[in-house]
Design a protein around this ligand. Structure first.
Ligand code: ATP
Ligand code: MG
Length: 413
């Protein structure tokens, strides 16, 4: 198998590390050939807090994927989240030198849009073009070749803490592979879960992970807002452990097997038996009480999302509603509760199937890693096309992502 066609996504999550190996067949179709998942130890709220434990989890996940795929893994695309991520919109303007807009002009205007003051311990992870304006015409996605005298770019900029990005990259490299790029996790999840039509209409992707909830808001095919909220599935589990006075592992079992966020529809007399803390007897608890505890946390999360929409003044932009994904979206009743609180159509989004994807992988908890794989595959194709056509002027937007990342790596190492 040609090494160049091997593509690998690595999602280092708070609860699990997942590696997926794909291969690009001669028709440029992506096919999954290996997967490895391992419980994650060493992360808190999406950020590395213990290097050794994180390296071991990554190593185990990569080894499992390698064994299944029967190929060697040299480089991976990793996802990043964590509460250190901060994103904002910016814009820049340049004068056009020639009669036609060239790729060089686009590069200059993106540089101008990026020229904002950020703290010295932060780095720009992505500069994602939203739209270009040529003179008085807006809504342009690719201005190359157009005539005009003034080019304006509106972009979404994602920044992260340099030490925290470095820690993650260091763990990946200590596990024996090269991190060739870093992608914001909700961008990756959007790639595997949302359709182009949804991104066009205006939609909120909400990836409820273990440690964080990652948000990406799309309109007219562009990312207009992204944010990491430090509340995830682990908080639901912790709340239940405290309220029921049961061990954490028992609380996770109860949440997954019997959890629901809507107490109203439940049979009020239904009970389950739970294991008490060590040394105490097992007890009966009402299912409606379990749902009240989980429901309170889910309500808090949806109120945060509602406030983000209001604060950013995005109410009129999101005509497509909300898509929930990530392992935390599997809890019963969550879409109904979200729809009720945020007052927008809400559904649970599963990764869209493609070659080699089994039923097991069509689980919302694999949205990020599958998105990383798809994104890398698209980027590789763009690079291949560039090489084939020997034409660097044809810069794709995805290529732009990777370029901004290359500069991050250059500056970090
Ligand atoms: N069937 C289920 N019902 C309810 N919750 C579930 C279910 N399956 C998984 N979860 C929850 O999903 C969460 C893990 O989701 P996921 O695997 O997407 O997180 P992660 O990627 O490891 O974390 P993060 O993205 O925050 O770094 C855990 O809190 C887990 O309890
Ligand atoms: Mg995740």
């Amino acid at each position: 198998m040609n090494e160049r066609n091997i593509i690998v996504g690595l999602d280092v999550g708070t609860t699990k590390v997942c590696t997926i190996v794909g291969v690009q067949n001669p028709n440029s179709e992506l096919e999954i050939i290996g997967i490895g998942t391992h419980p994650s130890h060493g992360l808190k709220k999406g950020s590395v807090v213990n290097i050794d434990k994180t390296v071991r989890s990554i190593y185990a996940s990569i080894e499992e994927a390698k064994l299944m795929a029967g190929v060697d893994i040299q480089s991976v695309t990793i996802g990043i989240a964590g509460s250190h991520i901060y994103s904002f919109n910016s814009s820049g303007v340049v004068a056009i030198k020639g009669s036609e807009i060239t790729a060089g002009d686009v590069e200059r205007v993106l540089e101008a849009a990026k020229a904002v003051v950020i703290p010295s311990d932060r780095e720009v992870l992505h500069v994602i073009p939203q739209e270009f304006r040529v003179d008085n015409t807006g809504g342009i996605k690719d201005p190359v070749g157009m005539c005009g005298v003034r080019l304006e770019a509106h972009v979404h900029i994602v920044t992260g803490s340099i030490p925290l990005i470095q820690n993650l990259v260091k763990c990946v490299e200590q596990a024996g592979v090269k991190a060739n790029s870093v992608t914001l996790q909700p961008i990756a999840s959007s790639e595997s879960v949302l359709s182009l039509e949804e991104k066009e209409m205006g939609i909120i992707l909400v990836d409820i992970g273990g440690g964080t909830t990652d948000i990406a808001i799309w309109k007219e095919g562009s990312l207009i807002h992204s944010q990491i909220v430090p509340v995830g599935g682990n908080h639901f589990t912790n709340d239940l452990a405290v309220a029921l006075k049961i061990p954490h592992a028992e609380s996770e079992r109860v949440k997954i097997n019997h959890g629901c966020v809507l107490a109203e529809g439940l049979n009020q007399s239904a009970h389950i038996t739970v294991q008490g803390l060590s040394g105490t007897n097992s007890r009966e608890v009402k299912l409606s009480f379990v749902a009240e505890v989980l429901g309170a946390r889910a309500e808090e999360l949806f109120h945060i999302i509602k406030n983000i929409i209001a604060d950013k003044n995005l109410g009129n932009e999101i005509t497509g509603g909300i898509v929930l994904t990530g392992g935390g979206a599997l809890i019963k009743g969550i879409a109904e509760l979200g729809e009720y609180i945020v007052e927008r159509p809400t559904k649970v989004g599963h990764p869209t199937p493609f070659g080699g994807m089994t039923n097991i992988m069509q689980n919302p908890k694999f949205s990020t890693v599958l998105g990383l794989l798809i994104e890398t595959s698209k980027r590789t194709q763009v690079l291949d096309n560039d090489i084939n056509e020997n034409n660097n002027n044809q810069m794709d937007l995805i290529g732009k992502f990777s370029d901004s990342l290359k500069s991050v790596f250059k500056e970090i190492f």
